[in-house]
Design a protein around this ligand. Sequence first.
Ligand SMILES: C[S@@+](CC[C@H](N)C(=O)[O-])C[C@H]1O[C@@H](n2cnc3c(N)ncnc32)[C@H](O)[C@@H]1O
Length: 237
Amino acid sequence: MTTETIPTKPELLRLQKVVDKLLTNSRKLRVLEAGCGSATEIHLPQDAFFVGMDISAKQLERNAVAQEKILGDIQTYPLPGGEFDVILCFYLLEHLPQPELAMKNFLQAVKEEGIIILALPNVLSIWGLITKFTPHWFHVWVYRYIFGEKRAGTDDFGPFQTFSRLSTSPKQLEQFALNHNLSIEYLDLYENFRQTDMKAKYGLWWQLFAGTVKVLSFGQVATDNTDYILVLKKQKN
Ligand SMILES: C[S@@+](CC[C@H](N)C(=O)[O-])C[C@H]1O[C@@H](n2cnc3c(N)ncnc32)[C@H](O)[C@@H]1O
């Protein structure tokens, strides 16, 4: 194993089982971690070769997993065609003004029968919409003073500028997959731990607020499913 990562969050444990099932062939895997930052969230075989890519040189420097590093913008960087068995994209798409360019880049860079693993906020949730429509300085303030992350917003530490385009909603990414010869292997909608903690603190107020949003949006805005993981597989031509 290139990384000693052992998932602990429940959604990552569920994902790990799916990934283990999908990656049963014995060839040495070439993995791209797009927007790698400093962390890798899942466990891949011992001999997998990791390429880390990020727009921030500082984030790349902090990444101890990647054996090869690419500094670039995933929306425009010309990734080699048909190169990767696995593309990991954890919490990147929401930070892109044009996420569809990144998706097309992944599509041409993944091998046939290779997989793309996406994890991101659900823009059509209360959490997702609040994040989308509040300014970046507010996100930095929340991370520093509510979540207690003192370095937030300095030295290329998150939170990062967020666009959360509607094209990153679960339905729209599933549609992208169907239009581009990608099968949907797995979809898991879940609640991030920050909202779970907040609900425990403000239970009744939260229920009132969430109930109102649900009614006013005719059930279109999710209250609990703040985030999701989608696993796609490129089909043979
Ligand atoms: C929220 S962090 C996620 C880091 C890591 N994937 C994780 O899950 O912990 C988003 C990362 O995407 C990078 N990023 C933002 N825009 C990017 C772009 N256009 N191309 C490549 N990386 C980008 C940021 O520098 C940051 O490291």
